[in-house]
Write a protein that binds this ligand. Structure first.
Ligand SMILES: Cc1cc2nc3c(=O)[nH]c(=O)nc-3n(C[C@H](O)[C@H](O)[C@H](O)COP(=O)(O)O)c2cc1C
Length: 178
């Protein structure tokens, strides 16, 4: 395979787009778009720009929900990824519904097929990666749409309709699984 060197600011090679929802300090539901995430056993890891509003609220309130977006939610993905919660309550402008989690103090997004309820445990900031904050959280609960499950109640990969984010810092693209 012939390869060329590229000198992009970043190379995002296809990450599922998630909507991270939380209660603002006054109790209002709010939400932001994130693609930097992974999960291992009962741990959730997210990467944020250090100045982001959602990150700084989550550092105060601790609880948040990782909602996996689907292809019908592109408008919300773009809106929540362009606007800051410092200036607006994003749920007022998107067609998605926050409902209270039963296990943590954060809103679940009703329309997202997967919601993972998380509680902040660790915050990492390093001079080696100035401007980036990584957080770890303990997973407290997981909710999956029935339509994503096989007859035996396990995940059915063929039903997934995630949106993958691919970008190089100059262009942004989405790839759909369906
Ligand atoms: C597809 C997509 C993926 C994004 N992924 C991240 C991410 O992983 N981490 C991050 O800090 N910002 C990410 N952003 C940018 C934030 O969503 C954006 O800066 C947002 O306005 C921050 O809102 P807040 O200030 O309310 O937190 C992403 C935006 C888009 C559109």
């Amino acid at each position: 395979m012939k390869k060329v060197n590229v000198f992009y600011d970043k190379l995002y090679y296809g990450f599922p787009v998630i909507l991270v929802s939380y209660y603002d300090t006054d109790g209002t539901p709010n939400v932001t778009t994130v693609s930097s995430s992974y999960t291992l056993r009962d741990m959730m890891a997210l990467g944020f720009s250090t100045k982001g509003y959602a990150l700084n609220r989550i550092k105060e309130v601790s609880d948040f929900v990782v909602n996996i977006a689907d292809s019908s939610q592109i408008e919300a993905i773009n809106f929540c990824g362009k606007n800051t919660g410092a200036e607006c309550r994003k749920f007022d402008s998107i067609n998605l519904t926050p409902v209270p989690s039963k296990v943590i103090s954060a809103p679940i997004i009703e329309e997202c097929p997967i919601s993972i309820e998380c509680r902040l445990t660790d915050v990492f900031e390093s001079q080696n990666h100035y401007g980036i904050t990584n957080i770890l959280a303990k997973i407290k609960g997981r909710l999956v749409a029935e339509s994503y499950l096989s007859e035996s109640g396990r995940l059915n990969p063929n039903a997934f309709d995630e949106v993958l984010y691919i970008g190089d810092g100059g262009s942004k693209g989405f790839r759909f699984m369906k």
